[in-house]
Design a protein around this ligand. Structure first.
Ligand code: GDP
Ligand code: MG
Length: 317
């Protein structure tokens, strides 16, 4: 059974209840599923913005500045920061303490860090679930900050309505970013640290890469926005570009399509996750363990055992 009071309190934007529910989702148990089913009717109003890029590019600084921008417009902002490369501490989430206190004290801002040490499994699922909770709680904007280094992080960035890839002059070759799959997911780029030497060359190099890339005549072309996030330069331009992208999607009926595509990816992941969980419940695990000797002695191949396990699973469900 789920605590319906907790659900009510989420809708009332009670911060402790929101935090508790995200923890339940992180623990990934049966009540997590029930919560997510219950709140779904309230999900879908928030605009989700993914901010990704290499470590140190300035994602947190941009997240922080953008939050201040949206707050000035009276929009409530939820932030989910996923950074497995940094140790989990309150302060490390948005850089130094000064920056934290800027927005951390604001009741219209909710910050959650999901720096799961070690295992990355299910991270994207949990981050997106957490975004749903903030969405249901009535936040207007959800910022998803993730390091653009692994598939799981790219999945999170892509679960947004607008995905921003942050690069810096010294991350140098945009070629690196291309290899990491960042080029494909960017709705636009931010060339941060434009105060640094070499920023013009980096900008031109990225522009060249973007020009060579194939695109349909009527499709969206990713821009590059130059920023010095630490000095709040270019943040308005980022916000304007987000708005432009949002309008483009709405005018071309792409918005619903994008969310449908995301729903498909997500449902597949949930199904696979659930199947795996049930498959390796006690029965499956025991059958596996009791079959290992036969494989090693050469009586049966791993394929025989695999088929046996699948058969047993089919009978069980
Ligand atoms: N010179 C310069 N430094 C910046 C700029 N933006 C952020 N930084 C600094 O770069 C460092 C990493 O920033 P952070 O936002 O934590 O990067 P993240 O790892 O991508 O989240 C911090 O010390 C920031 O103060 C910028 O535009 N110019
Ligand atoms: Mg960061």
């Amino acid at each position: 059974m789920i605590d319906l009071n907790l659900v009510k309190n989420i809708y009332r934007e009670d911060r402790r209840s929101i935090a508790r529910t995200i923890s339940i989702v992180e623990s990934d148990n049966l009540s997590a599923t029930m919560f997510l089913k219950e709140i779904h009717k309230k999900v879908g109003h928030a605009y989700r913005i993914g901010i990704t890029g290499p470590p140190g590019a300035g994602k947190s600084t941009i997240t922080n500045q953008l939050t201040k921008y949206f707050r000035k417009q009276n929009q409530k902002v939820g932030i989910i920061a996923v950074d497995p490369t940094s140790p989990f501490t309150g302060g490390a989430l948005l850089g130094d303490r000064v920056r934290m206190t800027d927005i951390g004290m604001d009741s219209g801002v909710f910050i959650r860090s999901m720096a799961t040490r070690g295992s990355l499994g299910g991270l994207s699922k949990k981050a997106i679930d957490a975004a749903d909770i903030l969405d249901a709680a009535g936040f207007d904007i959800i910022l998803l900050e993730t390091v653009g280094v692994g598939q799981s992080e790219l999945d999170i960035a892509q679960a947004a309505d607008t995905t921003i890839v942050v690069l810096v002059p010294e991350s140098g070759d945009s070629v690196q970013a291309m290899k990491a799959g960042l080029m494909e997911i960017a709705d636009f780029f931010v060339m941060n640290k434009s105060d640094r030497p070499g920023s013009q060359q980096a900008y031109t190099a990225l522009q060249t890469i973007l020009m060579i890339k194939d695109h349909d005549q009527n499709s969206w072309l990713p821009n590059i926005i130059k920023t010095v996030a630490s000095e709040n330069k270019g943040i308005d331009e980022i916000a304007t570009e987000i708005e432009r992208h949002k309008n483009f999607m709405n005018q071309n009926n792409l918005f619903k399509l994008k969310r449908e595509k995301q729903a498909k990816v997500r449902i597949k992941e949930i199904v696979e996750h659930k199947l795996k969980d049930e498959l390796w419940s006690d029965t499956g695990e025991n059958l596996l363990n009791s079959s290992l000797q036969k494989v090693v002695l050469g009586n049966l191949s791993p394929y025989h055992i695999a088929e046996e396990i699948i058969e047993e699973f089919k009978n069980r469900i």
